[in-house]
Structure formats: C-alpha cells, structure tokens
Write a protein that binds this ligand. Sequence first.
Ligand SMILES: C[S@@+](CC[C@H](N)C(=O)[O-])C[C@H]1O[C@@H](n2cnc3c(N)ncnc32)[C@H](O)[C@@H]1O
Length: 229
Amino acid sequence: MVDTPDSRASQSLGLEEAYSVKTPDDNRRLYAKWAATYESVFVATQKYRYPQAISEVFHNVITSADISSIVDIGTGTGLTGMYLSSLRPNLVIDGIDISPEMLTKAQDKKRQNGSSVYQLLLEQDMSKRASTPNSPYDALICSGTFTHGHLGPEAIDNLIALVRPNGWCVIGVNNEHFEAREFDKKLNQLIETNKIADLQILKIQVYEPESTHYGDQARVLVFRIESDF
Ligand SMILES: C[S@@+](CC[C@H](N)C(=O)[O-])C[C@H]1O[C@@H](n2cnc3c(N)ncnc32)[C@H](O)[C@@H]1O
C-alpha cells in the first residue's frame, strides 16, 4: 500500500475509534473509512476471532434440523458468513449492514465450493425496523455489532422481528456494553412477555491468545423465538 496520509489514518483505525462512535451516522462514517483495512490490518494484527467463535457457537448449539436460512446482522466484510458457511455449507445466508463499503467487501466472500457466501446483502440501519424480501428467517447471527456506540438492547426487537416463530438467534454482545446497558433487563422483559424462550448466555474470547487484547470476552445470547410470537 502507498503510504499516504489517508492510508496511515485508515491503518491506525481500530478499537479506540470503533468505541468512540455514538450515532448510526457516526457508524456509517467510521466503516466507510475502515472497510479497506478492516481485515488486512485490524483482523490480522489484532487476531480478531469473534466471527469464527460465534459461528462455532451457532454450529454447536443450534442443532435443530429445520434451519436452512439465516440473516447475518452487522455483516461487515463477511467473515461470519464465511466461517458459518464452512461449518454449514447448505445454509442460505443473507446479510444486513449500515455500511455500503463493508457490504461491498462481503459481496466478494466465497464459499469453499466457489459460490458467493451471501445470497442477498442489504444496507439497513438496524436501530430501526428493517425489511427484507426473504424474512422471516429460520435463524439470525450477529458478531461485533452490539458494542459501544453501535447497537443497544432496544435494537434486539428489530432483530427478532426478522426471525420466524421457533427460529433461533445467536447474538454476540460486548461484555462491558452488556453490563453498562443492562441487557439482562431487556432479556428478562422479552422472556416475561413471551417473545423469546430457552435463553442461554455463553462467553467467548474475542481475540486469539497472541493478541494484545487477549482476555476481552463477549457474551453470546442464544435464544428461540416463541412459537406464538
Ligand atoms: C465491528 S464490525 C463487525 C463486523 C462483522 N460482523 C465482524 O465481526 O467482523 C460492526 C459492524 O456493524 C455495522 N453497524 C454498525 N451500526 C449498525 C446499525 N445501526 N445497523 C446495521 N449495522 C450496523 C458496521 O457497519 C460494521 O460493519
């Protein structure tokens, strides 16, 4: 890469900038700049394993035979779909993200058989209700998008609206964000109002042991959409 002031700025983008955003427009601006180097610099040097870890949780925990379609929320450059499709080659995967620049990267991701990872990629702000021609899905997955300044607990309503009754959600939430924004209250409310059931909260390491961020964990919320929701 030619070392211009712009390329130096994008190379240095990382967690500090990601955690300092506040609004959907801040996210659009951040990821427009970050898309070019997100994988080559951030994922590679920080040894970010969240997409792989959350795909493994999905694969190991969701064993129902009737899951054939899934939507990946906060698709980013498509790493979650890539890992998930290697574990579940027959899954039809759509993606939703607020950043067209990140989605352009996801469009290039290929399955092991050479076909595209994603069937459909949509630019939508998930802090609002979203619509896709293929919903309701059998399942939903989300990594790295419930974190500081990105999506908060209230956005879970917008995600679960995309999943069919008895479908499954696997949603990663940054640990500190979970505590600070009281995700437990939102989850209890969804259980009490019979919207979700069978909640498990697991933990994953977000970075590989060699990373300077090793030890940062995410909660992974796994739950089923209630049958009469
Ligand atoms: C840290 S990246 C994670 C990308 C990918 N899932 C991964 O783990 O590599 C967060 C993603 O969330 C997206 N995002 C942020 N706010 C959003 C919103 N309100 N609606 C939809 N996507 C959003 C960003 O554009 C970005 O692609």
